[in-house]
Design a protein around this ligand. Structure first.
Ligand SMILES: O=c1ccn([C@@H]2O[C@H](COP(=O)(O)OP(=O)(O)O[C@H]3O[C@H](CO)[C@@H](O)[C@H](O)[C@H]3O)[C@@H](O)[C@H]2O)c(=O)[nH]1
Ligand SMILES: O=C(O)[C@H](O)COP(=O)(O)O
Length: 324
């Protein structure tokens, strides 16, 4: 690791593997002192199996029992199942991606849901969690907020964790994060070696200041995390970034073909940030299926689609009541 990345890793990696690592009273005092308002955002497409328990536990713990969070918002990203209904019944606020900033239209993908969430929330501190997380992850919220509430220089905090991989009844304790390990990390280390200290550059659990998030573009699909990391590095510099060890993360894994498409979007996102790369690079991914007699090519668009910094968008009212 380069010395700057190593120094960052040593100085900017915090630990919150469980509630026992956290001084929640201290965080509440920091929140009050800073006059902060906290929004938790769960982007969700067809997550009826997991979103209800997760949203319900977050609302119960951090809104009703301990006033660390002011709103839990599920952004329904074109679900065709009961995600919205179940999330609402669990006590979360729910909004459909298409209903936010309708004058700007709607696009598919996770990044679109996150971009729209900036316009649909009121907090000056935002925490993002995937809606397919399994197990008790309530400590992720104070864990991700802690660096923001205790160090004014920090503007963006990524979660990191050990990632078991559960496939066909077999568990590999740290085999998860295949796109991270086989695509994102090698590319990032080659192109932005100062980011080499990030354990989970693609992880979906992170927190940031609105003042930073509203100044960067959002890629609409699965390229959103790698885009945010590179763009926030440009905006805040390495000292403005931090990571928190949150322990273990389990989620619902996608199959290899779907992960190939995700990797294609990540590659396109990375290429979009490299000066001098051909503008049409990273447009189409061709995968092959065998039909028993031969190979059938299946092509999917993986080009990145980008939303501009929210602060430049007409209709986004960053000055609305409650936003610091
Ligand atoms: O069109 C979509 C697709 C996904 N999601 C939600 O986004 C979250 C993460 O999606 P998932 O398909 O579970 O991604 P992973 O396979 O877990 O991929 C990892 O890597 C991705 C690329 O960086 C990140 O976006 C993810 O957060 C991270 O967990 C889930 O809550 C999804 O419901 C949407 O809201 N809209
Ligand atoms: O972050 C990743 O690399 C993808 O979410 C794949 O994760 P998995 O290998 O744990 O399914």
């Amino acid at each position: 690791m380069r010395p700057d990345a190593r120094a960052w890793f040593s100085g900017r990696t915090y630990t919150a593997r469980s509630a026992a690592d956290l001084d929640v009273e201290g965080l509440l005092r920091g929140k009050r002192r800073g006059g902060h308002r906290v929004s938790v955002v769960l982007p969700a497409r067809d997550e009826e199996a997991t979103v209800g328990r997760l949203a319900g536990e977050l609302v119960e713990q951090w809104v009703r029992r301990v006033p660390l969070v002011d709103e839990v918002l599920v952004v329904d990203s074109d679900s065709t199942d009961r995600t919205a209904e179940i999330a609402r019944a669990a006590g979360a606020d729910v909004v459909a991606t298409a209903d936010v900033l309708p004058a700007h239209g709607t696009r598919p993908g996770k990044g679109e849901a996150l971009w729209k969430s900036l316009a649909a929330t009121t907090g000056d501190l935002l925490v993002f969690l995937d809606a397919d997380l399994l197990g008790d992850v309530t400590h992720y919220v104070p864990g991700l907020l802690a660096p923001l509430l205790t160090d004014p220089q920090v503007g963006y905090v990524k979660g990191c964790y050990t990632r078991p991989l559960e496939l066909s009844g077999h568990t590999s304790p740290a085999g998860g994060g295949r796109v991270t390990e086989l695509t994102a990390r090698p590319l990032l280390d080659a192109l932005w070696p100062e980011l080499a200290g990030f354990v989970q550059p693609l992880g979906g659990e992170y927190a940031g200041r609105r003042s930073a998030l509203e100044q960067v573009p959002f890629l609409s699909g699965y390229g959103v995390e790698v885009g945010l990391l590179v763009d926030l590095l440009g905006l805040l510099g390495l000292p403005g970034l931090a990571q928190v060890d949150l322990g273990v993360r389990r989620h619902t894994s996608q199959d290899q073909e779907a992960l190939g498409r995700m990797a294609g979007q990540v590659v396109s996102a990375v290429l979009s940030r490299v000066p001098g790369v051909r503008a049409d690079a990273g447009g189409l991914l061709t995968q092959f299926r065998s039909d028993g007699t031969g190979f059938v090519p299946v092509s999917t668009p993986v080009a990145v689609d980008e939303r501009p910094p929210m602060v430049t968008v007409a209709g986004y009212r960053a000055d609305r009541a409650g936003v610091v």
